[in-house]
Design a protein around this ligand. Structure first.
Ligand SMILES: CC(C)(COP(=O)(O)OP(=O)(O)OC[C@H]1O[C@@H](n2cnc3c(N)ncnc32)[C@H](O)[C@@H]1OP(=O)(O)O)[C@@H](O)C(=O)NCCC(=O)NCCS
Length: 167
């Protein structure tokens, strides 16, 4: 049986994180944004390494590690009464097994129940929108977001309360 461990991301994880993001970005975004957009995103990742992806000050990066290495990530940052999450990615062959749910729970666990938690999801990422809805997120607006490589995409802004997520 594969052993899973939720832990904070550390600098030594850099190579594995680069590999994970290359794989998940290609699988998630190539079919909907096209290969040119994904190539620009990957070039940005290669050039800037982990700047902008690794958690900065006031942010917490969490990963799900297994015997096979890191299989998922999420980053969370508290901004006043609302926490933002981004970078929730699970390796394609581990999706649909509860890994995303574990990472979302780990991001929320230290937060107070009254806090709101917000995420931006690409309109085209239907499985992710369904995932967040199932966990109690509702759409509160739409926005244009900019992905690495200056790729602009329409996103759904989704909100839930930490208390509801835990219920
Ligand atoms: C969205 C994403 C993070 C969800 O991660 P995940 O590990 O697949 O999530 P889970 O397995 O916890 O839940 C996914 C589905 O699997 C099912 N599932 C959960 N646990 C399960 C289990 N133990 N056995 C079988 N199925 C299970 C659930 O029914 C769930 O359905 P839902 O999506 O309708 O809610 C993942 O699909 C992903 O990385 N997608 C690509 C990147 C992306 O779009 N990220 C979001 C950026 S905002």
């Amino acid at each position: 049986m594969i052993k899973h461990e939720i832990r904070d991301i550390v600098e030594a994880d850099a190579d594995q994180l680069m590999a994970l993001w290359r794989e998940t970005w290609t699988a998630t975004y190539s079919p909907v944004l096209g290969s040119e957009a994904v190539a620009a995103m990957l070039e940005d990742l290669d050039q800037n390494k982990l700047d902008g992806m690794l958690p900065g000050k006031g942010e917490r990066g969490i990963c799900l590690a297994s015997d096979e290495g890191i299989i998922g990530t999420v980053v969370v940052a508290e901004r006043c009464a609302t926490a933002q999450i981004w970078g929730l990615y699970v390796r394609p062959r581990h999706q649909g097994c509860g890994c995303g749910t574990k990472l979302l729970a780990a991001a929320c666990n230290p937060l107070p129940p009254e806090m709101k938690i917000e995420v931006r999801v690409l309109f085209t990422s239907e499985p992710a929108i369904s995932f967040y809805k199932r966990h109690g997120f509702v759409e509160i607006g739409t926005e244009c977001s900019v992905l690495p490589g200056h790729v602009s995409v329409p996103t759904s802004v989704m909100l839930a309360s930490v208390g509801e997520l835990r219920a």
